[in-house]
Structure formats: C-alpha cells, structure tokens
Write a protein that binds this ligand. Structure first.
Ligand code: F0G
Length: 456
C-alpha cells in the first residue's frame, strides 16, 4: 500500500496532563497578564504554540544520556563528546558551549563589534538584533524582496538578497566585521535558504574578506527543505546537506533549544583562533569555564544526542509535514498565511486578516489574545510590538504583521493540531469583532516580552 498519512515516528512513554480552563477563567488570566500572553502562567494554556524553543520532548535515548553526564568542572567527558558531535557536524575548529543561543550572540558580538559597525543578515531574530544594537552597531536585514509578500510562493524565501549585500559591502565594507545568514529565517516566516544562495554569499564574503556566520538554530529543518526543493540534493542525506551548509561558513551561533532537541543549551563555533580566544575569555566572565559554558554535563549529553537524532529522515519528514498540515488546513479555510509553510511554524498574515486595525494598534496582539480567549491556544506576535521600536525611541510599523504558531518538537499529536486549526479558523471568523491595543508600559528594548497592554 502507498500510505498518505504521515504518522508521528515515535510512540509515547510518558505523558503530561494539560489543564482545561473555561472562557471566564481565560478572561481573568489575560487581564491579570496585562493582555500580554508572555505574562500568562503556562498552566493556564491548553496548547502552547508560543515557541518551539526549549519546549520539545526529549527521546528515551536523550534521557538515558543524561545519566551519563559528567559533572567535572574542567575537562568533563560530556564536553568532549559534545565537542566531537558538533565538530563532526559543522567542521568548525572551536566549539564553545553557552547556556542558549543569545549568549552565543552576545559573546560573538561583544567580541567583534564596535559602534558604527553593520551586521547584514537575511533577517535578524529579535535577540540577535538586540545584541547587535546594544553594541551600538546596526543590524541590517537584507532578505530577498519576495520574502515581504506573504502570499507569494517561492521555494527559498529565506534567501539573502545577494545584490543588496554586494552593494552594502561595496559602499560600507569597512564597517562590516562579519556577515550572518539565519537558517531557517525565523522572523521572515521560518523560510529556508538554498545552498546556491549560501554559495553566492560565500563568494561575496571571499571577495570582501568577511567571515560568514550562520545563525544555525534550525539547520536540520533547512537541510530537509534543500533535500526536497533544491535541484541535485534529492538523494543527499540531511547530514550531508547540513555539512555542506556549515562548510560554506566560518562559524555559527546555535540555540540547541531548537534543532538541538534539548530544553536548554547552545554554542558558538568558529575557525578563527583569535576570535575564539577572545570569546572564551568573555565566556569565563559570564557563562563559565570553556568546557561547560553555563551548562551541566548532562545538558551537554542531551544536546550531543539531540544533534544526531534531529537529522534522522523519519523525524524530519514528519516534522516538516506536520507544520505543512496545519498550514494547509487553515489556509484552505481562507486564513491568510505566509506561503509556503515554514519549517517550525505557521505564520498568519494579520495585516491581511485584520485591515481595520492599524499597525500601531498592534493587530497581532489582537489576534493572539482572541485566540487565547476563544480556545486556550497561545501564539506569538511577530510584528510591530516585536520590531517596531527603534534604538532612537521612534516607532514605525514592522515590515509584516504576523502571528506565529510555533510547533514544539515531538510534543503535540495530530488531534491537538486539528483542534488548533479549528481554533484559528473560528477566531478568524470573528475578526470584525477584534479591536486593537495600546501599550500601557514597556521597556526600551525587547519590549514584547514584558510590555503591558490595554484594549482600545
Ligand atoms: N536566533 C534565532 C533565529 C532564534 O529563533 C532564536 C530564538 C535565537 C537566535 C536565540 O536563541 O532563545 O536560545 O537564546 N528563538 C526563539 C523563538 C526564542 O521563539 O523563536 P535562544
């Protein structure tokens, strides 16, 4: 038989109950959270699609590996296993563990940036941008123009605009200490970057003598998209493709909370001896000794095992197909989304869905809050709240107004996802009743995490 159903490539050994709430309870919980779902208690959420970061289920092999954790302060066996796995995958000489991705970013940027520098990227994630701006440098997004048209189908919508990068390097090359590419491009819809594009970026980096760093959080998902969509790679394994991606770069930052299949952890890896030494010195100051970098030995074991499992074909086939399954369901019902589906998430185009709510009344927040009230599903705004406030204190609409439904890895079953589809479609049906929000109070950077809102 030729089966069309793609089943979860695992069975469940341990379960965790979710709590059902009434609508009245959710109304009270959201008011207490000042209308910011980041401030909700996780227990008051039925299905949590806030993020795919650190929320995945570990395998039996990972839980088993935890018991092999060596908690030696310096020179732990677990570090050497971790280092071997990361080197094997990336080919980079220096492997520096960190407690999560943003710690790797902070260490890299604090070591390499000076005020006035520019860091190009396809699209900077919020913490990446913030860690560049805190050094008084400029985080420049240079994704291809197709990425800004949500409904447009393009196989590699995460690609860097190579022409724009060449122009930047030509004009302001002396202010660019490194080039970054984010795989997959999270803030641009979880869209992949092709190997052809990475190669073109590499060529430019060679011409202008700039190191290329990958923000590699979702490298395995990116590799799967290349296998599916890029000519000549259908027969390559995800590992071969991933190695080719890393082989085009000089280093990477990584959050192991995504494609490390771990609940915490990350790393910074690179070939430059000089930068690595400076980074290790900063690591000791803020994260810990270079053989643990803010992690326990057992965390290093879980990540080492996760980095192997994440490249298994049955896992990646199920992973990418299940995201697409949700995208297909809501899009067939008329909900506008970024096309095609991203790897780790589905992104609703709320600018198209809620044209009656202006950007500075945060339509993304309006939808996120309504979806929680109607169904107990938590999603996240990726729009003007997240990206609209600039370092000089001015505010302007973000490039896109999105609501992201991020799918934790190996956590929810198809019936959970069917429920989410019903919830999203039902919330979209009452769109005319939704109203905007105003910000009652917010910090100056990364305001989306803690801002307090008031309904208009
Ligand atoms: N880069 C990208 C592309 C990310 O998506 C994230 C985190 C980071 C860096 C930072 O990693 O959280 O380990 O410090 N993204 C999460 C998200 C938080 O919800 O998309 P971290």
């Amino acid at each position: 038989m030729n089966f069309r159903t793609i089943i979860e490539p695992f069975r469940i050994k341990s379960v965790e109950a979710v709590k059902f709430t009434t609508r009245d309870e959710r109304v009270a919980a959201l008011a207490a959270a000042r209308y910011n779902v980041f401030r909700l208690h996780g227990e008051d959420v039925l299905i949590d699609l806030l993020t795919d970061s650190g929320t995945g289920a570990m395998s039996a092999a990972q839980w088993g590996a935890l018991m092999q954790g060596d908690e030696t302060y310096a020179g732990s066996r677990s570090f050497y296993r971790f280092e071997r796995v990361v080197r094997d995958l990336t080919g980079f000489t220096h492997v520096i563990p960190t407690h999560q991705g943003r710690a790797a970013e902070r260490i890299l940027f604090h070591t390499t940036l000076a005020p006035g520098h520019i860091v190009p990227n396809n699209t900077h994630f919020d913490t990446t941008r913030a860690n560049i701006e805190v050094e008084e440098a400029d985080a420049r997004d240079l994704v291809i123009p197709e990425a800004h048209q949500p409904a447009l189908i393009h196989p590699f919508k995460g690609n860097m605009d190579v022409g724009a990068l060449a122009a930047l390097l030509d004009r302001d090359g002396d202010r660019v200490p490194l080039v970054m590419v984010t795989v997959t491009n999270n803030s641009g819809g979880g869209q992949p970057v092709s190997l052809a594009n990475l190669r073109a970026v590499r060529t430019l980096c060679d011409r202008y003598r700039k190191p290329l760093f990958l923000d590699a959080c979702r490298f395995a998902e990116n590799a799967w998209f290349i296998k599916q969509r890029e000519e000549g790679y259908g027969r390559s394994t995800p590992r071969e493709i991933a190695r080719e991606m890393f082989g085009l770069a000089d280093g990477c930052t990584m959050s192991a909370k995504k494609d490390g299949l771990a609940n915490i952890g990350g790393f910074l890896a690179m070939n430059s001896d000089e930068w690595a030494e400076a980074c290790r010195n900063l690591l000791i100051l803020t994260e810990g000794f270079p053989t643990y970098g803010g992690l326990a030995g057992y965390d290093l074991e879980a990540i080492a095992q996760g980095l192997v499992e994440v490249l298994e074909e049955p896992y990646l086939r199920y992973r990418i197909r299940s995201t697409e399954y949700l995208a297909d369901k809501i899009s067939r019902a008329g909900v506008p989304i970024i096309q095609p589906a991203g790897g780790h998430a589905v992104y609703i185009d709320v600018r198209a869905l809620l044209p009656h709510i202006p950007a500075l009344q945060y339509p993304g927040v309006a939808f996120v809050n309504a979806l929680y009230l109607e169904a107990g599903v938590r999603s996240v705004e990726i729009g003007t709240v997240m990206f609209g406030l600039h370092p000089d204190g001015t505010e302007s609409p973000a490039a896109m107004e999105l609501v992201r439904l991020a799918i934790p890895r190996r956590v929810y079953t198809q019936s959970h996802i069917d429920y989410v589809a019903e919830a999203v479609i039902g919330t979209a049906e009452i769109k005319n009743e939704l109203r905007g929000y105003r910000i009652a109070s917010a910090p100056k950077a990364l305001r989306h995490f803690t801002a307090e809102f008031e309904p208009m």
